[in-house]
Design a binder for this molecule. Structure first.
Ligand code: AMP
Ligand code: MG
Length: 432
């Protein structure tokens, strides 16, 4: 396998945002150039939550299979009831009774929710609204019912032959319920990607291993956060821990991890400072596809691969600041994991809403993602609030936020009341 060094945008000192790759191009590149690398496996429904379907599913039969009652009450033919609303009671059908009874003109059947509609009946009156004679032989049903009231149709949920799920669909509780309703017990999905997480930085200390820090040290918050961010994705995670800013150690660790993982995700050391080794190591042992993005936060994001004859491992190197890590994960890492792991494209929800903040000057040429949440504007309508500071080390801003505010490249200022795009975190699978 070639170890050619594909160097783009190398003279970073002279790069302007206009030379950097734009957000939309990065997203398009992920969509167009990456392919599914995950093999498939067959699993049971109980393990299906969050997995990506590998084989489409078509409904083999109607759901529900037969017309049935939506309430407890009395079933009859609407054409009959139209003429008289006191009917003879004949028969009783409950949920689970097999087959169906047949009514003749002028008759109603006692029926319970989920029971198959008697032949000849098309409408059900709720028992609360019915008067049964003392001897139980006749029932008077209320006037004013519509034809087909309180009856569920066969195939009303899913029709035989209908495509229900496509390859690449993510399985949520709702999809799992649909599969179960079709009688599917085993399904073919993509296998979880094997990913490795690593933090780099001489200053980093593992949380829980020290009671106190000395100035110059910080606890590693990125790995714990990334672990949580990946928890809802179909991946198995190897934690490679914290590495010091030592080129030889980092190289050795990456080389080794690359052989047994589908993707390595690192944080820190992604710029071009003397203490930043990621880019240089990737150029030496792998291939770099992308480095600088015209985005804030998160400009230096390394995207490449480390390959040997047998195996390609994707490498993603994020900057060290926790806010940049969080935002880059949602915008780029998550789609990469989804793409490689077999998921169809996810649509990102963007809501245009008035800003309840001002930005006097924004640098044109780059896209910015700010931490925001929904509040109330001066006119009493929903509006977007922005976290006051844009410091990319402030985890508090991420906590206050319920989403990202997206400012396009050409925006140069935001006035109160201007429309901005709000992307709720829920669109990335992060619950409130
Ligand atoms: P770097 O990208 O290595 O230049 O780091 C940028 C900033 O992020 C520095 O202030 C680092 O101390 C901080 N940082 C890097 N990695 C982590 C981490 N794992 N947890 C918390 N802060 C970090
Ligand atoms: Mg560093």
């Amino acid at each position: 396998m070639s170890r050619s060094r594909e160097r783009r945008l190398l003279d970073d000192c002279f790069l302007t945002d206009r030379d950097r790759v734009r957000h939309d191009d990065v997203v398009a590149m992920i969509r167009e150039r990456l392919t599914i690398i995950a093999p498939t496996e067959t699993i049971g429904l109980a393990e299906a939550q969050g997995r990506y379907l590998a084989t489409p599913v078509t409904a083999p039969r109607d759901v529900p299979l037969a017309d049935n009652a939506a309430v407890d009450g009395y079933a009859f033919a609407y054409a009959d009831y139209f003429r008289r609303n006191t009917l003879g009671v004949r028969g009783r059908v409950a949920a689970g009774d097999l087959g169906s009874i047949e009514l003749v003109r002028g008759e109603a059947a006692r029926i319970f929710t989920g029971a198959v509609m008697p032949l000849g009946a098309d409408t059900v009156a709720m028992q609360e609204d019915c008067d049964v004679s003392d001897d139980g032989r006749t029932v008077t049903v209320p006037k004013g019912l519509k034809p087909g009231a309180n009856r569920r149709r066969a195939g009303e949920d899913l029709e035989a032959g209908q495509p229900v799920l496509e390859q690449g669909d993510a399985l949520r509780p709702q999809e799992i319920a649909a599969l179960a309703s079709l009688g599917v017990g085993q399904l073919e999905v993509y296998r979880p990607l094997r990913i490795a997480l690593v933090s780099t930085g001489n200053e980093l200390v593992e949380p829980g291993t020290a009671n106190d820090l000395v100035p110059g040290q910080v606890f590693d918050s990125n790995r714990a956060m990334l672990r949580a961010l990946t928890a809802s994705l179909p991946v198995t995670v190897t934690d490679l821990g914290i590495l010091t800013d030592d080129s030889a150690t980092i190289e050795e660790t990456l080389r080794e991890a690359a052989a047994s993982h589908d993707l390595i995700l690192s944080t820190g050391g992604a710029s071009r400072g003397e203490e930043d080794h990621i880019v240089e190591i990737l150029d030496r042992i792998g291939k770099r596809h992308l480095w600088q993005i015209a985005v804030k936060p998160g400009r230096p994001m390394t995207f490449g691969q480390i390959s040997d004859d047998a195996h390609d491992c994707v490498f993603l190197g994020l900057p060290g600041n926790p806010v940049a890590v969080f935002v880059c994960f949602l915008l780029y890492v998550r789609p990469v994991l989804q793409r490689l792991g077999g998921r169809a494209d996810e649509t990102i929800a963007r809501y245009p809403l008035p800003a309840n903040f001002e930005i006097a000057r924004k640098k044109p040429g780059r896209r910015e993602f700010l931490r925001g949440w929904l509040g109330t504007g001066e006119d009493g309508r929903p509006a977007v609030e922005k976290f006051a500071s844009d410091g990319s080390g402030l985890i508090t801003g991420l906590r206050q936020a319920t989403g990202l505010i997206e400012l396009p490249e050409d925006t140069e200022r935001v006035a109160r009341g201007d429309t901005v795009l709000f992307i709720p975190f829920s669109t990335f699978g992060i619950a409130q």
